[in-house]
Design a binder for this molecule. Structure first.
Ligand SMILES: Cc1ncc(COP(=O)(O)O)c(C=O)c1O
Length: 377
């Protein structure tokens, strides 16, 4: 992309909404007749929740998974009318606000139910809840053996309607799907037992399960990472996920160039010392933007269509790159790709995550709010 006037902030994230649309369509194919509830928590995994939600609304999706009440509120206040499923347990005093805005909370304690019932009565409204059952994640949820007593207690709470029962997979990203298959069967058993309650929506699948687990779609699926074109299996290949298109690219520009002689120490702690004469570019990006410091001396960036090694400690706002291989071809203002493509070279969030000993989820959600998101389609 040619930018004539440099933007005031030199590092930018580009969000390709056409790719998001293609991913939605691919995932819906995998989900079959199950509804798709896009996971847009954490600012849509760093992609910009407002634009992502509005694109999904255009595609006909109207139920979104957020983590917190505040996320649902921000989206609603931005004019995005939709159903918001609040997945992280809410603190009981927030029940009033949840009912007032007709959000759908995920519930896993009776105190939450009682607080919602009180709020419903006070406001003369009703609330739809999704009950979280812990079938193996070990994070939140009621135990399987408590499902019946819990549901019976909820039945006494007037105006509190059980819209869904949900669970979550802890190991769906493993190539050995046996644990996940057992969990799917357990969830199916729960569904069968709960038939008399006529609960409309059972859901458990995240992106990885949608890709590799048979019978995991139930009534709805909650993909996040795959929606953004990223592989839930990291660097491991997945034929089902192969056609996903990364939605995000992350770019900056060269702001300074210098030649250094052999023996010159670079950046904090001189964690890199030039072994010969080198050409070094400074990039105006650092851990203040989400470029993780642990990547120091490990990662590469793309300049002039070529991979160039990053050198020295990544600072809060600046990072150095060895551009000796581009001598005579690189100048201040040149585009640098941190994530995405340039010519035939590509840097993926999976590769960056691997080098930082983390997962692609953390790479994209970790890009901080000072980096502008530019939406293209
Ligand atoms: C409860 C729940 N459902 C769905 C998702 C989406 O998972 P993924 O991004 O792996 O598709 C998450 C993400 O962490 C989650 O916590």
């Amino acid at each position: 992309m040619k930018i004539v006037h440099p933007p005031p902030f030199p590092t930018r994230v580009f969000i390709n909404l056409t790719n998001l649309q293609a991913n939605l369509r691919l995932l819906q194919k995998l989900a079959g007749r199950a509804a798709l509830f896009p996971a847009v928590k954490a600012n849509a995994y760093g992609h910009g929740a407002r634009k992502v939600v509005s694109q999904c609304l255009k595609e006909g999706y109207n139920t979104f998974c957020v983590a917190h009440l505040a996320e649902a509120l921000a989206l609603k206040q931005a004019g995005l009318q939709a159903h918001y499923l609040i997945m992280t347990p809410f603190l009981p005093p927030l029940a009033d606000e949840i009912v007032r805005h007709s959000f759908m909370p995920v519930v896993c304690t009776l105190e939450q139910v009682h607080r919602l019932a009180r709020a419903v009565k006070k406001q003369n409204k009703s609330v739809k809840i999704h009950l979280k059952v812990d079938t193996g994640m070990g994070r939140v949820g009621i135990k399987e053996k408590d499902v019946f007593p819990f549901l019976n207690a909820v039945k006494q709470a007037q105006g509190v309607e059980i819209e869904g029962v949900m669970s979550h997979y802890p190991r769906a990203d493993e190539m050995d799907a046996s644990y996940t298959s057992t969990q799917t069967k357990r969830f199916e058993k729960i569904r069968k037992k709960l038939r008399p309650y006529q609960i409309p929506c059972f859901h458990i699948a995240n992106s990885a399960a949608l890709a590799h687990q048979d019978n995991a779609a139930f009534d709805a699926v909650r993909p996040g990472i795959a929606l953004y074109g990223l592989n839930p299996f990291g660097l491991k290949e997945s034929s089902t996920m192969a056609d996903l298109k990364p939605v995000m690219s992350w770019k900056t520009r060269v702001v300074f160039l210098k030649e250094v002689s052999a023996g010159t120490g670079l950046s904090y702690g001189h964690a890199f010392v030039a072994s010969s004469r080198m050409l070094i570019a400074t990039l105006p990006v650092g851990y203040g933007d989400g470029l993780r410091r642990i990547l120091s001396n490990k990662m590469e960036v793309i300049i002039g269509g070529k991979r160039c090694p990053q050198v020295g400690r990544i600072c809060m706002d600046q990072t150095l790159v060895d551009v000796s291989s581009l001598e005579g071809q690189v100048k201040v203002g040149d585009e640098v790709v941190l994530l995405g493509r340039q010519g035939t070279a590509e840097m993926s969030a999976e590769e960056m995550a691997d080098k930082a000993s983390t997962i692609n989820y953390e790479v994209v959600t970790g890009i901080t709010s000072r980096v502008p998101r530019i939406f293209i389609s």
